[in-house]
Ligand binder design. Structure first.
Ligand code: NAD
Length: 354
């Protein structure tokens, strides 16, 4: 089924509210998840809500939490997310970072112990809209899912890296990527659809390559592979060391076999390009380089060269027009999650249909 974004927001908001979130937080959670769907990242969209509900019921996710400032040296901030909803903790941390970067020219925000921060690009987009360059290294404390390069078992999470750069006269460059070959949720989406996955994403429990997404979803789990072999692996380790160890949030919870919560640590580096004294050359060179890239001849089976961030904007245009496709299995899980919070699934259906 294809659902309108406003209606989906209302349905997800109702579930978050039934889980104890105040109106502001419930809306932030719902808007953030639906935006991920709109941008084509169904893996980080409304399909996360059932997982959040399990984490809430287990006590690993706490509604209505605020960040706690652990250390404040002006342009350096260390924050504890207190296992609150990442959609609200991430916004607070980003807003604080933006204010500090505007004040000091740059800022580093070490955020530990936030519950799932969703699409990391969401935070970069907010900083970029304020005119800042925004870089993020993120670890995922949940059970390990990804094998190290040359390893046959799971040692860390899908550890995303994100770089947002404002460009004069056009939408920003927004690279937002898991360091695993794909985000874990894409395996869940493929599994829910009964689809095969491309080679290079996953190995089975014996370390052999597989195209069956069940090895990333059902027990016994295989392991996901990093993107770009040893290079993505190196970036994933940097995310764990910076987003996990350096922020104080903690590293992969390798003893955690059952807990449903997903904690993210995020080291953010924000730079005000207007304060580096290179504003003119930055604008001129960025523009000319992007034009040079775009003038590249399309390779066979490609229509044109894009910049990171463009595919998401293309998805948004289509899904704002046609609605967000939601598969049956995902909707079934969302209805079941509502029921666990004593919210009638029929009410959720009605909200989603408008
Ligand atoms: N919070 C967490 O714990 C967590 C963990 C992992 C991933 N994530 C999120 O999952 C999302 C999906 O990650 P992913 O790695 O599957 O994304 P992806 O592979 O779809 O895209 C990665 C990047 O490549 C760019 N891109 C895609 N196609 C392109 C093309 N043809 N030309 C130029 N650029 C192109 C995209 O704009 C994006 O910036 C991200 O938003 C990420 O932040 C979150």
């Amino acid at each position: 089924m294809n659902l309108r974004k406003e209606n989906l927001v209302r349905a997800i908001e109702a579930i978050a509210a039934a889980g104890g979130s105040d109106a502001r937080e419930a809306r932030l959670v719902a808007e953030n998840l639906v935006t991920a769907n709109l941008l084509g990242h169904d893996s980080h969209g409304i399909g996360m809500m059932p997982r959040y509900v399990e984490a809430l019921l287990e006590g690993g996710l706490h509604p209505n939490r605020q960040v706690e400032v652990k250390f404040d040296a002006g342009a350096l901030l260390t924050l504890d997310g207190c296992a609150g909803y990442g959609q609200s903790i991430g916004l607070q941390a980003t807003e604080m970072g933006i204010a500090r970067a505007k004040q000091h020219g740059s800022a580093i925000v070490a955020l530990g112990n936030s519950h799932h921060l969703g699409r990391i690009g969401h935070w970069a987009e907010i900083a970029v809209a304020a005119g800042l360059v925004s870089m993020h290294f993120v670890n995922v404390q949940s059970f390990a899912r990804v094998a190290p390069f040359a390893g046959a078992d799971r040692r860390f999470g899908t550890n995303p890296v994100c770089i947002g750069i404002p460009l004069e006269g056009e939408p920003p460059f927004l690279l937002d990527m898991a360091t695993s070959a794909v985000a874990q949720g894409k395996l869940r989406v493929a599994h829910n659809k009964g689809a095969k996955i491309p080679p290079g994403w996953l190995i089975d429990v014996d370390g052999n390559p597989t195209q069956d997404p069940k090895w990333g979803v059902l027990q016994p789990l295989g392991a996901m592979l990093t993107t770009g072999e040893h290079k993505g692996y190196g970036l994933a380790v940097a995310c764990e060391l910076l987003g996990g160890a350096l922020t104080g949030g903690g590293v992969t919870d390798h003893d955690n076999k059952t807990r449903r919560r997903v904690l993210n640590g995020m080291l953010s580096v924000l730079i005000d390009p207007a304060r580096l004294g290179t504003q003119k050359t930055f604008a001129r060179d960025a523009k000319s380089f992007v034009a040079w890239l775009r003038a590249s001849r399309p390779a066979p089976e490609h229509d044109r060269v894009r910049l990171a961030g463009e595919p998401e904007r293309e998805y948004r245009a289509v899904r704002e027009r046609d609605g967000v496709p939601v598969d049956e299995e995902t909707w079934k899980e969302i209805r079941a999650a509502a029921a666990k919070l004593k919210l009638s699934p029929e009410k959720v259906d009605a909200l989603a249909r408008g």
